[in-house]
Design a protein around this ligand. Structure first.
Ligand code: NAP
Length: 277
């Protein structure tokens, strides 16, 4: 496993996403991932699967302390008095005494980040949480939040994949010694039939999904948490770490970033094959 070290945290560079994975499938995906070599699992109170994630961690042949477990405080629980009970519920569901990383899931229009993060820092002082961070914060929101609290914000978890430009958040993370955790790193499946990514991967016998994950994790300070349910996908995503892209290949993928127009243009050949005129 590769690691990203930021803000005093050592975060495995590839984690298992679990949004929309529930029930036995979730337990199995977490157990399988950890047994295959993952050491990082991403959940949230809002995913309604913390119990299953906890069961998967407990069933795996890996010690709890060797797993980097992240959960998040939902929007409804960001006020100072609501943070602790919400996290206690999360810990109870996860069946653990602590999480490695606690994130404020979204910025709130009325609850100042300082209020939430101060409450989260108290949980860190009490040992319920190893590290704290944020999610879905813009670069400005991240910089303002870090100015407002003493505790290091070790990451901003944001949408990041080959069609999404996150230059500003990356720069803020670098300045603040925080990691950028890429969520929906496969663009929720949109990268799968991307011709450029597939073309780059051919030389290494890697899929477009694996190339997207390698492109992300080769960037300094970037962690990716792809969601995968089947053993095949869980394993394939881990195997994204066992090859390297050249700078030139990475630069070709950098040029992808540019929104819907670029995304459609790059998927056009695959779409034409699927829906011939
Ligand atoms: P994603 O990881 O970009 O894509 C998941 C989709 O790709 C699933 O349909 C999955 O199928 C498929 N897939 C995974 N590996 C594959 C492979 N090797 N080959 C082909 N298909 C593959 O989307 P996401 O779930 O939105 O994002 C990942 C994680 O980020 C979430 O699960 C969650 O933990 C986190 N997240 C956080 C936030 C936030 O606000 N902080 C928001 C969204 C997501 P199967 O499931 O069938 O394997």
């Amino acid at each position: 496993m590769e690691y990203v070290e930021r803000g005093g945290a050592r975060i495995p560079a590839l984690g298992l996403g679990t949004w929309q994975n529930t029930g036995d499938a979730c337990v199995e995906a977490v157990e399988t991932a950890l047994n295959l070599g993952y050491r990082h699992v991403d959940t949230a109170r809002a995913y309604d699967n913390e119990r299953e994630v906890g069961r998967g961690v407990a069933r795996a042949d890996v010690h709890r302390d060797d797993v980097f477990l992240t959960t998040k405080v939902w929007r409804s629980d960001l006020a100072a008095d609501d943070v602790r009970p919400a996290v206690e519920d999360s810990l109870d569901a996860l069946g653990t005494d602590y999480v490695d990383l606690l994130l404020a899931h979204w910025p709130h229009p009325r609850v100042p980040a300082e209020e939430t993060l101060t409450a989260m820092a108290e949980l860190r002082d009490d040992g319920l949480v190893e590290h704290v961070g944020v999610s879905n914060y813009t670069a400005t929101q991240l910089r303002d939040a870090q100015r407002a609290v003493d505790v290091p914000l070790v990451c901003d978890q944001v949408l990041y994949h080959p069609y999404k430009d996150q230059t500003a958040v990356r720069a803020a993370c670098d300045d603040l010694d925080a990691a950028l955790t890429a969520y929906s790193p496969l663009a929720r499946g949109s990268v799968l039939d991307d011709d450029l990514l597939a073309d780059v991967g051919r030389r290494y016998d890697k899929s477009a999904a694996q190339v997207a994950l390698r492109w992300l994790t080769r960037q300094d300070g970037v962690v990716a948490v792809p969601k995968a349910t089947s053993r095949e996908h869980v394993e394939a995503n881990l195997e994204a770490l066992d090859f390297e892209l050249t700078d030139e290949e990475a630069a070709r993928i950098d040029d992808h970033t540019g929104g819907l127009g670029v995304r459609l243009r790059n998927r056009l050949p695959a779409l034409m094959r699927r829906f011939p005129l």
